[in-house]
Write a protein that binds this ligand. Structure first.
Ligand SMILES: Nc1nc2c(ncn2[C@@H]2O[C@H](COP(=O)(O)OP(=O)(O)OP(=O)(O)O)[C@@H](O)[C@H]2O)c(=O)[nH]1
Ligand SMILES: [Mg+2]
Length: 218
């Protein structure tokens, strides 16, 4: 997702270019909020829930395209690298509940490391994306979990590993992806932002995992 050319009536997208400021599966320290960035769970069924979703993974793996596919049901083949972080909102309904999903779509570029770090601690869940045609992006997955852990993501924050670009010839086999996911207590899905394969299922599963999860202090 980027600030360019968005049209979906129900998706309000605002791109934010942030300056560097040093500053959220299974990842380290717990959020001090006690509710994993989810709007007050005691209000469940009464008012709209708010959840904050992060995208993690190396540059070019397709994070923005996955969010765009989910929010706008379209695919952009041109690579428009995210500058720092893009923000978007998608209102949706899940199991009869109104949910406001805030997407924080992070750049995978090392240059934006400091920009990313302030976003982990308050997030509710994340997708962790690698490109099945790019072994290096797969090998980088532990570093992303470590970054999230180090900068305050909740220990049990739901994360779904996306093996993206499965419409292309893969060099990382599904079994390797599954092994990584299982070893880290995460789930693993093959996805294609191009064809849309599994994209809605991934996000709806992530939202469900977040909403049905008890608060840390609950
Ligand atoms: N064939 C194919 N190409 C994809 C897919 N997803 C993304 N791409 C392409 O991969 C390139 C990078 O996609 P982005 O979504 O911008 O990647 P990103 O992870 O957001 O990259 P950064 O913002 O730089 O971190 C673009 O040219 C996309 O069109 C997919 O599922 N299949
Ligand atoms: Mg991007």
């Amino acid at each position: 997702m980027s600030s360019r050319g968005r049209a979906a009536a129900d998706a309000v997208i605002a791109s934010r270019r942030r300056s560097s400021r040093g500053s959220g599966g299974v990842v380290g320290k717990q959020s001090s909020s006690g509710s994993h960035g989810v709007g007050d769970p005691s209000d469940a069924g009464k008012k709209q829930l708010r959840i904050k979703i992060l995208t993690m993974g190396d540059a070019g793996t397709g994070k923005s395209c996955l969010v765009k596919r989910y929010c706008e049901e379209r695919f952009v083949s041109k690579y428009i690298s995210t500058i720092g972080i893009d923000y978007g909102v998608k209102p949706t309904t899940l199991k009869g509940r109104d949910v406001r999903v805030n997407f924080w779509d992070m750049s995978g570029n090392e240059a934006f490391f400091e920009v990313r770090n302030e976003f982990y601690k308050d997030c509710s869940g994340a997708i962790l994306v690698y490109d099945v045609t790019n072994k290096k992006s797969f090998d980088a997955l532990p570093n992303w979990l470590e970054e999230a852990r180090k900068y305050g993501a909740a220990q049990d924050m739901p994360i779904i590993v996306c093996a993206n670009k499965v419409d292309k010839r893969r060099v990382v086999q599904e079994n390797d992806g599954m092994q990584f996911a299982v070893a880290n207590g995460l789930s693993h899905w093959d996805t294609s932002a191009q064809s849309g394969a599994n994209v809605t299922d991934v996000f709806e599963t992530l939202f469900t995992n977040i909403i049905e999860r008890p608060p840390i202090n609950g």
